[in-house]
Design a protein around this ligand. Structure first.
Ligand code: FEO
Ligand code: CA
Ligand code: CA
Ligand code: CA
Length: 712
């Protein structure tokens, strides 16, 4: 802290916008992306197929059966359990935690009534409570909060005494991806496991008391509050519950922050496009920012996507270097885009005018190895550079590794990477070294989806993966290999992929071999250049301003889809697949919604799918971000097969202003981990006067990871 703080001028949030979305959300989350045209201005008319109105009619008939009170959710308000303040925080076990008595491993299938995948519950009703709410029969506990100690020597959290050093040692802000790496047994967690969490971005108004910090302090502490955490957990008293161990009792805890060195791998490592005045060799970059979702690998590492990195850069001259004007524009990078955060004022590497290549060093998939506390984290250039939501890998039958990825922007694309080398199923040091190189050589593809017509009453069709590059050469005319990887969006534009409605998580389901993509929404669908197609069919959709208000039509796709992709003959390396829209999200009363054909009178409303996970019982779990139906966001469980396929049940609502992230179903379906990101994010919400105080351990909100499990 400086001794004479200047008063910080807060950004002005004049109006509410985008349905329930606040101005604050747009500013912090994506740098007001919706205020600008989507950066993808490419035209691919030959792959468009305009949606048939017969489809809309079919949906309307299906939807007509649902009346306003028909949802079987009444009576739940009194029932659900609410997560109170976290127990067992800090450096020691909290009240109620006895010695671990976790169940044995390997026989958890079907134990305790089948775990969270099979348990019969009354779904949580839509609500706007300032609480983490789960169905009756489940318990929830806060595991880690913003500010909790991660590494030894971390100071006790005090919002009035934050520093760069304290932020780099404590749990960062805005938890997003959640992974759990078993620590002391084979492929299932034993008594300890490593929780790996992304810290996507910061909400300065909610983090800092007014008149306490200088603008420079705020910028530097905010930078340090980004990144990732590795936290050692041990089992709690109740099966499925977990709690942090003291940082002094583990050698695995780590904070990856703004000063952590990451090494580039793959073809771009050392290339001129990533060289800067601080790194003349183009090999090492400090920090990882805006890490959104991610995925755990079979070799025990974690992948994490650098997403809206563009909003940290600005130009002190008011213009961007002319040689990269086109490329910057395609990535939403501009002279003023990062001006409100103004990181360049505290660290000149964020000034595009003087360090034009620093922006090229973000927008990658990073890989960290939580099992090796001394490992150097890497950024994999072979997986391309875009607004990476995350990356999720599956081992193909031929043991090549396939990573699926989404570029989260209106009208951007789905990607996959297929490794050159094959996975070695061994934990030996040699095999791990080999496996950690799998994402450095291979082939990068982008997806084109073609509808088969809507006369069949289903949004479905075929798809192809179009090759962009291998580690040896580019397949995009006029672009070198390195250019394809650094400017992947521009490379993809040249091969006419399908412009999707903001691909978030794209995740292979290890239980059925299919791949699921959350297409969260697209307010611009239906505008010129973004016409509907069979995979992105809605140019308008029904929203609700608040709970109980009538549904009204809004332009674009506001509630999102879940896309299901089936690789040709189960081969994830194939360049062919088929697809269908598993869910057309929204209120079941809205005519356009579709729940895999399931009875619409028996599903929970769902809006803006973002992250997905799978359990061993055959369900997909979906977390949402940006509900436009008047409710808080939440987590939903949906069977993928059988007669209940498409039965959407709400399992969680998160507190006011928050989005639900993660989610992760782990430990033989005993544990559901959810990251509660940006509780209290709303216009006019401040540290002194917050819209949420969850988890109610303080009088200001603290983004936290929660674990839910079956009550004893
Ligand atoms: Fe950070 Fe794509 O949400
Ligand atoms: Ca069809
Ligand atoms: Ca996300
Ligand atoms: Ca999100």
């Amino acid at each position: 802290m400086t001794t004479a703080p200047e008063r910080r001028s807060l950004p002005l949030f004049p109006v509410t916008r985008h349905g329930s979305r606040s101005y604050a959300t747009c500013f912090y989350r994506c740098g007001n992306a919706c205020d600008h045209p989507e950066p993808n201005r490419s035209e691919h008319p030959h792959v468009r197929d305009v949606v048939n109105t017969a489809l809309q009619r079919r949906s309307l008939v299906k939807g007509a059966a649902v009346g306003g009170g028909a949802l079987v959710l009444a009576g739940l308000i009194a029932g659900p359990a609410v997560a109170g303040p976290g127990r067992g925080h800090g450096n020691g076990p909290g009240p109620g935690h006895g010695p671990g008595r976790g169940p044995g491993h390997g026989n958890g299938h079907g134990s305790r009534g089948g775990g969270l995948g099979r348990v019969d519950v009354e779904p949580v009703a839509p609500n706007v409570r300032d609480a983490f709410t789960v169905p009756k029969g489940l318990e929830s506990e806060v595991v880690m909060r913003w500010g909790d100690p991660v590494v030894p020597g971390a100071t006790q959290f005090d919002p009035h005494r934050q520093s760069v050093a304290s932020a780099r040692a404590q749990f960062g802000y805005n938890c997003d991806y959640v992974g759990l790496i078993p620590l002391d047994s084979g492929d299932r967690p034993g008594t300890r496991a490593l929780l790996v969490v992304n810290h996507e971005y910061t909400n300065e108004e909610l983090m800092f008391p007014a008149d306490t910090y200088s603008e420079d302090d705020i910028r530097r502490i905010a930078m340090a509050s980004h990144g990732m955490s590795v936290v050692t957990l041990e089992r709690g008293r109740t099966p499925g519950s977990w709690r942090p161990v003291s940082p002094r009792r583990t050698r695995h805890n780590r904070r990856f922050h703004d000063a952590t060195e990451f090494a580039f791998t793959g073809p771009v490592a050392g290339h001129d496009l990533v060289r800067t005045s601080a790194d003349r060799r183009g090999r090492t970059v400090l920090g990882t920012f805006n890490n959104c979702a991610g995925g755990s690998t079979p070799w025990g590492t974690v992948l994490s996507g650098e997403e809206n990195f563009n909003q940290y850069f600005s130009s002190s001259t008011g213009t961007v270097p002319a040689q990269y004007a086109t490329e910057y524009a395609r990535y939403g990078i501009s002279a003023t885009g990062g001006a409100a955060r103004n990181w360049a004022a505290s660290d000149p590497r964020f000034d595009l005018a003087t360090e034009p290549h620093e922006a090229h060093r973000f927008g990658w998939v990073v890989e960290i190895d939580p099992l090796d506390p001394h490992s150097t984290p890497v950024k994999h250039t072979m997986l391309g550079r875009f607004k990476h939501e995350g990356a999720n890998v599956i081992v193909n039958d031929d043991r090549r590794v396939v990573a699926y990825m989404g570029d989260d922007e209106r009208g951007d694309y789905l990607y996959k990477f297929v490794s050159q080398e094959r996975y070695l199923p061994s934990d030996s040091p040699w095999a791990r070294r080999h496996n950690k190189l799998l994402l450095t050589e291979g082939t990068l593809y982008v997806a084109r989806l073609t509808g088969d017509g809507t006369e069949d009453g289903v949004h479905d069709g075929t798809g192809e993966w179009i090759r962009l590059a291998t580690h040896r050469r580019s397949y995009v005319p006029g672009m070198s290999l390195e250019e394809v990887l650094v400017f992947t969006r521009l490379a993809a534009d040249k091969v006419a992929p399908t412009r999707m409605d903001r691909p978030e998580d794209v995740e292979p389901n290890p239980w059925n071999g299919k791949v699921y993509a959350a297409l969260t929404n697209n307010s611009n669908r239906g505008q010129a250049g973004m016409e509907p197609d069979e995979a992105n069919p809605l140019a308008s959709s029904m929203v609700r301003s608040q709970l109980g208000a009538p549904l009204t039509a809004a332009s674009g796709n506001r509630n999102g889809y879940v896309l299901e992709m089936t690789p040709h003959r189960g081969d994830h390396a194939s360049d062919r697949f088929t697809w269908d829209l598993f869910l057309v999200c929204g209120d079941p009363e809205a005519p356009e919604t579709y729940f895999a054909g399931y009875d619409k009178s028996k599903v929970s409303p769902i809006s803006c799918p973002d992250n997905v996970a799978f359990d061993e019982a055959g369900n997909i779990w979906i977390s949402t971000d940006g509900n436009v139906l008047g409710s808080n966001d939440g987590v939903f469980r949906v069977p993928l097969s059988g007669r209940d396929r498409g039965r959407v049940e709400q399992m969680v609502t998160v507190p006011r202003g928050a989005e639900a992230c993660g989610p992760l179903v782990a430990d033989d379906d005993r544990s559901l981990f959810v990251a509660v990101q940006h509780p209290g994010e709303s216009d006019d919400s401040t540290f002194a006067s917050p819209y949420s105080t969850w988890p109610h351990t303080d009088d200001f909100p603290r983004p936290s990871v929660v674990v839910s499990y079956l009550a004893d």
